[in-house]
Design a protein around this ligand. Structure first.
Ligand code: DGJ
Length: 789
């Protein structure tokens, strides 16, 4: 709900649980007054304002008529350079006369009963029947004939406010935007910390907290992709804020290219938060009578800790960002051949994999890299999107048909934004690659990036990909992108536009994705960039899921998925079970843990299932059956982080159905503790009134885990050297402990859930939970009446 009090010159923006207050300063500048828990009424806005009511030394007075007001100590909604605000500005221009000064004041406002669609960029939207009220405040710099529209769209249930800026040049000359961020939020620094998600390839989105002290703190990407270095999601929280208590703000940019998030604390303890397209190596030539639209930032506030903040954003992503066709649309269990075969496969091998996959219960077979051109390694053929007939004599259509005949859907991998110098496409169009004529271009994974700022390139990609997707019954497409930008120069753009190349690249990519996803609405697209190098809300608008990381070790993945879940729901995280020793860590995480981690996400398998033992086959069959039975809950349930894995002391998390009739709790152990502590798992989010029956998912041990100790574990006494042991070990499924208890939701919420206690070295029986190093369990909570029905 948006209201404006003319007398107080105050805008009040209310979501279900939050209020955002914007005021118009007497000077006409747009000021920030409050963002936090919902307020009923504001009697006198000046009560909310921490401000000096006397002239402050060594500041630039904005207007001699009011010597107490200076822009450097004002809490602003939009900031620029040149009139005494010495903090980093949100906007910075270069005008034809060489000056950089600008000064924007309130002109008008409008309250719209919908969120206007701005074509060209990914954006949040109202669900069917949902009204997304939007406040548009127009500010003007009359000296420049330049206007700003500040947009605030309210998603009530998610407690989200979406902000963006449109810069309009009404003047008669072009000007240059040197910095055009999407938002500025000034508030008092109340001992805040910034929480960031940082990492690297196979180690994405690790959680870090930084005290915000006087000075500048910035995270950004200059890699041309939103990047695994720093995710375009930041939380500002108080030091004492935990997962379940305390105040925190979340900010996420709906954009996939270079970004910056700047936090500045001044000596007077003001905190400025800004986010948007990275101003480094950016400029935009804003022609007369034209406008520039910034990407959106989503803002949310929670005073019930980080879990609630994440749940707000998850709700928005699931309902207002993912394309409606894919919202709550259960995703298939897939087999991807990459970690099984890499580039060495032929049709026979693929069909063997598909046949084995079908037997396990897998639903979708995905052919990864290596099917096109002469691609036998990563040195060639990107750009040549026609099947390699040596590997695939019946082409993609023939392979797809055969896979379909087995009862499996078929999916394919592409990396369309790239070109290898050793490719027919590059030989034909060397100028289509991003590179400068005076420099030998530097390669990343032996490849160059196509210039998507050139519409001809985008048209070509649209045609070639349309032909591919139409050539067979393809129901899934993994869209990869495996290098960062260098040699940033477009052979297509004139010199005045070179500073806009990164952004124009994304406008080209987004346009291409818009057209393709429209043309092939039934194809499930999964974004990927060397794993999670472009995991952002921009990509999610077009592709409803993203390959979270190339790290498939079930234990490390837990950390990556935990970090990712700060902003993104499990319904968008591709998560696969792979072989051991793990390709990325050489760790031997148990098969069941590889599954329990992947199951709180979009489950896939990525190993040579034609070579696994019959024990493994049986276990995988059971995993898939369990996943299918609980798929809706696992993929779309509300996620609660209970214990984070970063201290390497185990972890737990839970998904709860929207109606709270069911929940699944994942419990993960790091290393086995000899004679370890007793434990309680602080479950939350159960319905206080309901009674739940709790059972663990049946898990199975392989006898080889016990070696000669097997004599103590089995009712029949056999030695590990006996023929029986060898016969049994790959066939016999030794069932782990069974858990079965029922209790009121309130009791579990208050007292915690106490499962059977861990093995402590004194023996093994039905009262003992044997986890071992990197072991795990899933517990299913079901409303009791439901069970009995
Ligand atoms: C990088 C991806 O992250 C992998 O999953 C795989 O698709 C390879 N590229 C293929 O080259």
């Amino acid at each position: 709900m948006i209201s404006y009090d003319e007398k107080k010159r105050l805008f009040k923006l209310d979501t279900d649980n939050t209020t955002y207050l914007i005021r118009i300063y007497p000077s006409g500048h747009l000021g920030h007054l409050y963002y936090g828990k919902i307020l009923k009424e504001v009697v006198d806005p000046s009560n909310l304002e921490a401000a000096f009511k006397i002239e402050v030394g060594n500041q630039v007075v904005y207007d001699q008529g009011d010597r107490t007001f200076n822009l450097n100590l004002a809490l602003l909604e939009a900031s620029t350079f040149g009139k005494g605000d010495f903090r980093e500005p949100m906007l910075h221009f270069r005008f034809p006369d060489g000056s950089r000064i600008s000064d924007f004041k309130y002109l008008k406002h409008a309250v719209l009963d919908e969120k206007p669609k701005m074509s060209g960029l990914p954006e949040t939207f109202g669900a069917s029947g949902e009204t997304v009220e939007t406040l548009v405040v127009t500010l003007k710099d009359p000296a420049r004939n330049l206007e700003l529209d500040l947009f605030y769209s309210l998603f009530l249930r998610s407690d989200v406010i979406v902000r963006r800026v449109v810069i309009r040049n009404l003047g008669e000359a072009a000007l240059i935007i040197e910095k055009g961020l999407s938002m500025n939020l000034d508030m008092l620094n109340e001992d805040y910390q910034a929480m960031t998600l940082d990492g690297a390839w196979i180690n994405e989105r690790q959680i870090h907290s930084h005290d915000l002290l006087p000075g500048l703190f910035k995270v950004d990407s200059k890699k041309g992709v939103s990047s695994n270095d720093h995710n375009p999601f930041i939380a500002i929280k108080q030091k004492t804020t935990s997962e379940d208590q305390g105040r925190c703000y979340g900010f996420s940019l709906v954009y996939s290219g270079n970004f910056e998030a700047t936090m500045e604390v001044t000596p007077h303890n003001l905190l400025r938060f800004m986010m948007g397209i990275n101003s480094f190596d950016f400029y935009w030539n804003l022609e007369k009578k034209s406008e520039f639209v910034t990407p959106e930032v989503i803002l949310s506030y929670s005073e019930q800790g980080l879990n609630k903040l994440s749940q707000n954003i998850h709700h928005l992503i699931n309902n207002n960002l993912i394309k409606p066709d894919w919202q709550n649309h259960e995703r298939p269990v897939l087999l991807n051949n990459w970690e099984a075969t890499s580039f060495s496969f032929n049709e026979r091998k693929l069909l063997k994999l598909a046949k084995a996959a079908k037997k396990l219960g897998i639903e979708l077979f995905v052919l990864d890299d290596g099917w096109f051109g002469k691609r036998d390694s990563d040195t060639s053929s990107l750009g040549d999107w026609y099947p390699n007939r040596k590997k695939l004599p019946s082409g993609i259509s023939g392979l797809c048909r055969k896979v379909n005949e087995m009862g499996l859907a078929f999916g394919i991998w592409v990396e369309p934004e790239m070109v290898n110098p050793d490719s027919d496409l590059f030989r034909l169009h060397p100028d289509w690659a991003i590179s400068h004529p005076d420099y030998e271009p530097s390669l990343g994974r032996n490849q160059l990036i196509l210039d998507l700022a050139n519409p001809e390139v985008c048209e070509y990609l649209f045609d070639v990909l349309s032909a591919l997707l139409a050539s067979a019954n393809i129901s899934y497409c993994k869209w990869d992108m495996n290098r960062n930008f260098s040699d940033v120069y477009s052979r297509h753009l004139p010199k005045e536009e070179q500073g806009s190349l990164y952004h124009r690249y994304y406008l080209g990519l987004y346009d291409l994705l818009e057209k393709l996803t429209k043309k092939f609405p039934k194809v499930l697209f999964e974004a990927c960039a060397s794993g999670g190098n472009r995991f952002d809300m921009g990509m999610l608008y077009y592709m409803p899921q993203i390959w979270t990381s190339d790290n498939t070790d079930g234990y490390e993945r837990l950390k990556i998925q935990f970090g990712t879940s700060m902003c993104y729901p499990q319904s968008v995280m591709g998560a696969h079970v792979s072989n051991i020793p793990n390709m990325q860590t050489l760790r031997q995480t148990p098969l069941e843990t590889r599954f329990t981690t992947a199951s709180i996400g979009l489950l896939g398998y990525e190993l040579d299932i034609t070579k696994i033992t019959s024990f493994e086959k049986k276990v995988i069959q059971k995993q898939i059956a369990f996943y299918k039975e609980h798929r809706k809950l696992l993929q779309f349930g509300r996620l609660t982080r209970i214990k984070n894995p970063f201290a390497n002391q185990g972890a737990s998390l839970m998904v709860t159905s929207q109606d709270k009739k069911a929940a699944i709790l994942g419990v993960y152990q790091a290393l086995e503790h000899p004679n370890g502590a007793l434990e309680k798992i602080r479950v939350r989010d159960l319905d206080d009134e309901k009674e739940y029956l709790v059972k663990n998912r049946k898990q199975y041990f392989n006898l080889s885990m016990f070696g000669d100790l097997v004599r103590h574990a089995l009712p029949i006494k056999i030695s590990q050297n006996s023929i029986w042991f060898h016969l049994l070990k790959n066939r016999y499924l030794m069932q782990a402990e069974s858990e079965c208890q029922s209790e009121k939701g309130l009791t579990y919420n208050q007292n915690g859930f106490i499962p059977k206690q861990n093995f402590i070295g004194t023996g093994y029986n039905e009262h003992v939970r044997l986890m071992g190093d990197f072991g795990s369990r899933l517990y299913v909570f079901k409303e009791k009446e439901n069970q009995e029905a």
